[in-house]
Design a protein around this ligand. Structure first.
Ligand code: ATP
Length: 286
């Protein structure tokens, strides 16, 4: 395992931020960490990086305890924080020169490649950069030493054009070097495009086994039959009916559903995939 989080709990004074959070991330995986504002994503990420102490629980990165060994571990991690703040009065090129000094043996060709790809404007002052361009500097910082593990806290935050560039880089690093990625987002469609797996967090606790919802279908049918016993079919959720239009979610075997539907006189039927957003909303509602 590249990341192992075991029973993490963190209180800020009396405020409980996360409670008994456990999960792991394997080598070469791209894992999304998704939850609404205040769910506990940043807290979890900061503990994984050794920047915050948990109230209880343990985190192992590359098999090492982050509380004891974070300096060693962090040299193999690329991190993009949620908020990027830089010293004012410095030019981009000066800042990057300084940032590179933290790493041994930086591959200059790869550095040039990153700066070209992201169209970094070397002669601008850091404080004059737009938020998107500041984030680009954070991306260069995170990727330049080609670490084995990347941890990002809301890396693109609604910055659409940047998202594509970042995702291209992520795919390249995984394909060429088997790198591992763990990143938080509240944008589910963003995560859906890229991740092998998503871990959901809400009010400081993981939502168990959300993957079972990934095959959820939305069924809409027009029928004047009385279909109210559909509510009792296994794996039917949120059955709603308005005049002849019936709508529900279904999470079971399609054959079982079709078998049941034969009992009704149906004028029209649509069975479609449900977006992660919608699944998420349904999960949260319940
Ligand atoms: N330094 C702090 N002191 C007190 N409470 C805090 C502190 N940092 C976070 N919290 C609280 O802990 C909870 C989890 O916050 P956290 O920032 O980890 O969530 P998040 O999922 O990253 O949210 P967001 O997406 O809004 O950044 C929230 O209730 C937040 O108000």
């Amino acid at each position: 395992m590249v990341i192992e989080v075991k029973g993490l709990t963190k209180y800020y004074g009396k405020t409980k931020a996360i409670e008994n959070v456990s999960f792991s991330v394997k080598e070469g995986e791209i894992v999304g960490f998704v939850g609404p504002n205040g769910a506990g994503k940043t807290t979890t990420i900061r503990i994984i990086l050794g920047l915050l102490k948990p109230t209880s629980g343990k985190v192992y990165v590359f098999g090492k305890d982050v509380q004891k060994d974070y300096a060693n571990i962090n040299s193999q991690v690329g991190y993009i924080p949620g908020e990027v703040n830089y010293y004012p009065g410095v030019k981009v090129k000066e800042f990057l020169k300084y940032a590179l000094r933290f790493h041994k043996d930086v591959d200059r060709d790869y550095f040039d490649f990153l700066c070209d790809m992201l169209k970094i404007e070397m002669d601008k002052k850091v404080e004059d950069l737009s938020l998107g361009n500041k984030k680009k500097l954070a991306i260069v910082q995170a990727f330049v030493h080609r670490p084995k593990l990347y941890i990002f806290d809301e890396p693109t935050n609604g910055l659409d054009p940047l998202q594509k560039q970042l995702y291209d880089l992520i795919r390249k690093e995984r394909a060429e070097r088997g790198a591992t990625f763990f990143f938080s987002s509240h944008n589910l469609s963003e995560v859906q495009k890229l991740c092998d797996r998503v871990i959901f967090i809400r009010k400081g606790q993981l939502i168990k086994e959300p993957s079972e919802y990934f095959n959820m279908k939305k069924v809409r049918m027009l029928s004047n039959s009385n279909c109210s016993d559909l509510k009792n079919l296994a794996n039917v959720f949120n059955f709603k009916e308005q005049s002849g239009m019936k709508e529900f979610y279904y999470n079971g075997k399609i054959n079982n559903l079709l078998e049941k539907l034969k009992e009704y006189d149906i004028e029209d039927l649509i069975i479609e995939d449900v977006s992660l957003e919608e699944i998420f909303e349904e999960l949260y509602k319940n």
